[in-house]
Every structure is written in C-alpha cells, then in structure tokens.
Design a protein around this ligand. Sequence first.
Ligand SMILES: Nc1ncnc2c1ncn2[C@@H]1O[C@H](COP(=O)(O)OP(=O)(O)OP(=O)(O)O)[C@@H](O)[C@H]1O
Ligand SMILES: [Mg+2]
Length: 322
Amino acid sequence: MRDLAIDLGTANTLVYAKGKGIVMREPSVVAVDRRRRQIIAVGREAFRMMGRTPSSLSAIRPLRDGVIADFEIAAELLKYMIRHQMKGQLRMRPRVMVCIPSGVTEVERRAVEDAARSAGAREVLLIEEPMAAAIGAGLSVKEARGCLVADIGGGTSEVAVISLSDIVTKTSIRTAGDEFDGAIRHYVKARHQLLIGERSAEEIKIHMGSAYPIEEESAMMVKGRHVVDGLPKTVVLTSEEVRDALREPVREIVAAIRLTLENTPPELAADILDGGIVLTGGGALLRGLDLLISEETGVPVRVADAPLDCVANGTGKCLTKR
Ligand SMILES: Nc1ncnc2c1ncn2[C@@H]1O[C@H](COP(=O)(O)OP(=O)(O)OP(=O)(O)O)[C@@H](O)[C@H]1O
Ligand SMILES: [Mg+2]
C-alpha cells in the first residue's frame, strides 16, 4: 500500500499517493440523514446537495473556518478518502500524513490522528498548513533565508515567514474564500434585495471577482429570491460591484500580510524583499490580488503554480522524505 498525504482543507480535501501525486480531490462536504444518523454521500456528491437538501438531510462542511467544527463528520470524511485509496487491501496499512490548519488545538490534533488510524492508517503524521504550502510552492524552506508564503484557502488565510525549516512568525486569520462568498451574498442582498446561496456567490466570485481594477470589466445575470416579495428574480451584477463587495475581506488579508512583515526580523525581511511573497490556496486565484498586495506592501508578489494543489503536493513531498 502506498503512503498517503492528505490536505484536509475547509473547502477541499486532496489525497496524494507516494510515487503518483494527487489522486483524489473532493469538496470537504458530507451529507447526513439526521433522523437516522447515517452518511448519505461524501465529497462531490454531497456538494451537489448543498443548499438543496430537504429538512431531514443536511450537507455539512465539517471544517468550517479552518477549525474542525464537527469531529465525527470530519473523521468520516477522512476515513472515506483513506478507505477509497485502500480499496479493500486491508492488510496493507499505509502511513498517512495529514495537513491541518496551524491553529488547531491538541484535542483536535488527536481527533485527526484517531480518525486516520481508525480508517486503517498504520502511522499518522501531521504537518502544519503554511509549511506544506511553502514546500509545495517550491520554496527552499531549509535554507537560512527567509521566505514568505500566504495560503488563502476557504476558511483561513495563513501567512508565515519560514527559515531553516521552521516557522519564524505567522499570522492566521479566519478570512479567506468563504468570507469572499459571504461578502458577495451580503452585498447582493443589501444592494439588490436579492437572496442568493453560497454556491451562487462562489460562482460569481470565480467568474468575475477581482481585488484590483481589471482590464475588461464584465457583468452577469444573477438569480435568487427577492427579499420583499419572496419570489425568484434575476438581477444584473457588474464586476465593479463584486470588487466593491470584496473590499473588506481583501483588506483584512492585506493587513495580515503587512502585520507578518512588521513582525519579521530585519535580516529575513531583506530576504523577502529579494525573494518576494508567494501566494497559494484557491483564494490566490482571485484576479488582481497579487497586484494589490504588491502595491500595498512594496514587495513583489507571485501566485504559485497550481495554487490549489500546493498544500497536498508539499505534504506529499514531506512524507516521501521521511
Ligand atoms: N478561480 C478562483 N478565483 C477565486 N477563488 C477561487 C477560485 N478557485 C477557487 N477559489 C476559492 O478557493 C477556496 C478553496 O481553496 P483551497 O482549496 O485552497 O481551500 P482549503 O485548503 O480547502 O481551505 P483552508 O486552507 O482554509 O482549510 C474556495 O473559497 C474557492 O471558492
Ligand atoms: Mg488549505
């Protein structure tokens, strides 16, 4: 059985198999029948049910806000991913390395370990998200040179300065992709009196969200339910409006990066000025976020290749070396 590395993220869970790379990626959603306390679906299938479940079913995201909000369900998600890879080869137990948000408590760590073990792992190793992100982005974390990585995921943005394989200083905030979606929903409700779901808000963000004025502004039709008469309705939303909606959460992320820079020892700050800031995580794909951060900090910024995969790849690389 191949060893496995798992990025247990608030939005997506990825599995990396040693020697193969990323073999599985699923939304971190589990659908549960609450009356019978039974798991109905996991991952993509459960994601499709989000916001569309009858009252007896709920589609749960067990890792909201970067913390394990629902242990039991998070464990089920982890088990599903591990068992899927083991496919009945129950005698060959893999070593599993799991990437967890850097703020989790000792109790939460143990819960993740127990879940992986009960799913069949022989040994469970944990790694913190910023370290995995930096390794996955190809940064040379072992050197006596500072590098700054900002991983903007679904639930948390984690900003860390790493040198000599250690996190020197870090800032973690619970503002990331989910908050972007929430800000869009809030804006559309306040401005157009239209209620839209989480998934619609995410689609708007991915389709035309931005943090910095973009060359070609656009507009799209958005469907939802009118606040006043309760009926389905369509409104037109422009990319300028979406940028306006995202202003506050984007500002919070920029502030977290600035704070981290302020807490960085001078020698390492000089290294960062040379090496630049590297963005990972799905939130890094927001148009113009790199430009804005660069303008606000005076430091060059680049988005890592395949930012959604960095943490899983970094965890995998780390596991392979052990
Ligand atoms: N093209 C895009 N533009 C903007 N945001 C995007 C894009 N693609 C994905 N995202 C957002 O990225 C987020 C998911 O990123 P990622 O998979 O890195 O998070 P995660 O690792 O599950 O969460 P966390 O690290 O906080 O636990 C979601 O909020 C998603 O909407
Ligand atoms: Mg992540």
